[in-house]
Design a protein around this ligand. Structure first.
Ligand SMILES: [Zn+2]
Ligand SMILES: [Zn+2]
Length: 350
């Protein structure tokens, strides 16, 4: 018998995005009803991404009251005309809640669709027990993949997967990953190593060094002890790396990244700086050095499925730190202070 669906549910409510905002755990939030072509998903786990903090703190636009975009659960109800095979299916809800599918950008790469709806930005996200989503945009999750392992792949993993694809690398090429031991970086190290790229992992401390080398990095540089620019040059025949992916949202990270890549190299931008300061490079140097600078946001459905397959084979294993949903505010404070090891996942009350 299908489980009964309550009228109200528990959610982490955000009254208003603002600096220092806190979530209110409420149990009087209405359970949404799936409309035409939608499914209702009962969530089990949700990742807590750094961009949720930016949204909650009002640093990036947010026009809904429930954040979150790395949710995994099961379909418990179908809206009219939603495919029957989705009933009871294990699915994920991603940042790209929906795209229009009919514009000129969608034709090329829907991740940049100007008409996209984003989970936790302009529609209610995954910091709740039940979420409605369009059937054609939910992500099928392999049954054998643990929900708490799948959750961080939906945004963190996918973002790195797509960024690495945009780095224009050939096997044997050098890729620098600053923040390699962090929530995003450690997944990137695994994907890149599997692709046959030589990873220079940058982070600090003995535990991060061990982690990065264990996950497949060729070299580790400790930014607190090593002369990073000199060491990268030394490792790469004096030319610099073929590409770097900046995951940290700081101007300093971008400034340094440009010094770590070789001529004809690629800088992939995924970290969002708060200040909005421009990249510190003139068109003159872009031309003379023939650099490619590319921005990347999440990834496509096909990239998502490729990554999930890697995870199924054990080629990519996110390190997760699971917390009870009720500790969401403590977790946010830790995220703000970059105190979390691995990727934060919240266990949703069942
Ligand atoms: Zn995210
Ligand atoms: Zn579109």
């Amino acid at each position: 018998m299908a489980p009964s669906i309550p009228k109200t549910q528990t959610a982490a409510w955000l009254e208003k995005p603002q600096p220092g905002a806190r979530f209110q755990i409420r149990d009087d939030i209405e359970v949404p009803m799936p409309g035409e072509g939608d499914v209702l998903v009962k969530l089990e786990y949700t990742g807590f991404c750094h961009s949720d903090v930016h949204s909650a703190y009002g640093e990036t636009p947010m026009s809904t009251d429930i954040a979150g975009h790395e949710g995994v659960g099961h379909v418990v109800k179908l809206g009219a005309n939603a495919p029957g095979e989705l009933m009871d299916a294990k699915v994920g809800i991603r940042w790209q809640y929906s795209t229009c599918g009919s514009c000129e950008i969608c034709d090329v790469n829907p991740t940049a669709c100007p008409n996209q709806v984003n989970s936790g930005r302009n529609t209610r996200g995954t910091f709740q027990q039940y979420v409605v989503a369009p059937a054609k945009h939910v992500t099928r999750i392999p049954t054998d993949l643990k929900a708490e392992i799948a959750a961080p792949l939906l945004c963190a993993g996918l973002t790195l997967y797509s960024a690495i694809a945009k780095a224009r690398l050939r096997p044997g090429d050098w890729l620098v990953i600053p923040g390699a031991g962090g929530g995003l970086g450690h997944i990137g190290v695994q994907i890149a190593a599997r692709r046959g790229y030589k990873v220079i992992a940058i982070d600090s401390g003995e535990s991060k060094r061990e982690l990065c080398l264990k996950l497949g990095a060729t070299s580790f540089l400790d930014f607190k002890k090593d002369a990073v620019e000199d060491e990268v040059k030394r490792l790469t025949n004096g030319f610099g790396a073929h590409a770097t992916i900046v995951t940290a949202g700081t101007d300093a990270a971008y400034e340094q990244a440009l010094k770590l890549i070789r001529n004809y190299g690629t800088l992939v931008c995924i970290g969002l700086p708060r200040t909005g300061a421009p990249l510190a490079i003139s068109p003159f140097w872009l031309c003379v050095r023939s650099l490619t600078v590319v921005g990347s946001s999440v990834g496509t459905d096909a990239e998502m499925q490729e990554l999930l397959q890697m995870a199924m084979k054990g080629e990519v294993v996110p390190q997760v730190a699971v917390y009870p949903f009720e500790e969401i505010n403590t977790v946010m404070e830790k995220l703000v202070r970059y105190e979390v090891e691995g990727r934060v996942v919240l266990r949703i009350p069942q």
